[in-house]
Design a binder for this molecule. Structure first.
Ligand SMILES: Cc1cc2nc3c(=O)[nH]c(=O)nc-3n(C[C@H](O)[C@H](O)[C@H](O)COP(=O)(O)O)c2cc1C
Length: 179
């Protein structure tokens, strides 16, 4: 798929078919994550691919039932859990670069999944401690996000976005983009 088409097609998908994803495809999306840039190339990220139904149920229990994405964690055949070691990144003037590093790797993974016709949905609203306990994640490791991974079972229209004028400035803060 053309890169711009991948960007255009990606959606947060919350309904999945039960069909498993081939190991080679999972490795392809992990490989895309592996290529992401990071602070001093320290690559603070780790990924856990959770497939066993019981374990996915335990992960889902770390979510509020009102989270619109929770159903997807049980429907999709896999959950990819994004982990990050803050010790393999830096805090600079209060900015936690591990969150950026990990987020970049996750978005690489998500775009690669889109390219392969797979679906994902960023999930950030969960009790981190419960996910860590369920998966044996060490205390020093953070879990910024996770995503279901599988074949989509819904078509979604694009969600609205702010206009270019609202998000892009010329030269200085609020410098009008046009004119
Ligand atoms: C950091 C982050 C956390 C998110 N957490 C959740 C979540 O907990 N549950 C959920 O259903 N969607 C979650 N989303 C998905 C957003 O709601 C979604 O990206 C946004 O509405 C735009 O829709 P789109 O991804 O289809 O373009 C999250 C997205 C990001 C980037």
């Amino acid at each position: 798929m053309e890169f711009t088409e991948v960007i255009r097609r990606r959606r947060s998908i919350r309904a999945y078919k039960p069909d498993p994803v081939a190991k080679e495809m999972i490795e392809q999306v992990l490989e895309a994550a592996r290529q992401a840039p990071s602070w001093k190339n320290l690559q603070c990220w780790r990924f856990i691919v959770v497939t066993e139904r019981e374990r996915r149920e335990t992960v889902a229990q770390a979510f509020s039932p009102t989270n619109p994405g929770v159903k997807a964690l049980l429907e999709a055949p896999h959950i990819v859990v994004l982990c990050a070691n803050p010790g393999e990144s830096e805090v600079w003037e209060g900015k936690d670069f591990y969150m950026l590093d990990a987020g970049l790797a996750m978005e690489h993974l998500i775009l690669a999944a889109t390219d392969l016709g797979l679906a994902t949905c960023w999930q950030g609203l969960f009790h981190e401690d419960k996910v860590k306990k369920a998966l044996g994640i060490p205390p020093e490791i953070r879990v910024p996000a996770l995503t279901p991974l599988g074949y989509p079972n819904q078509e979604r229209n694009p969600r609205p976005r702010k206009s270019l004028e609202e998000i892009a400035f010329r030269e200085i803060w609020a410098g009008p983009w046009q004119g």
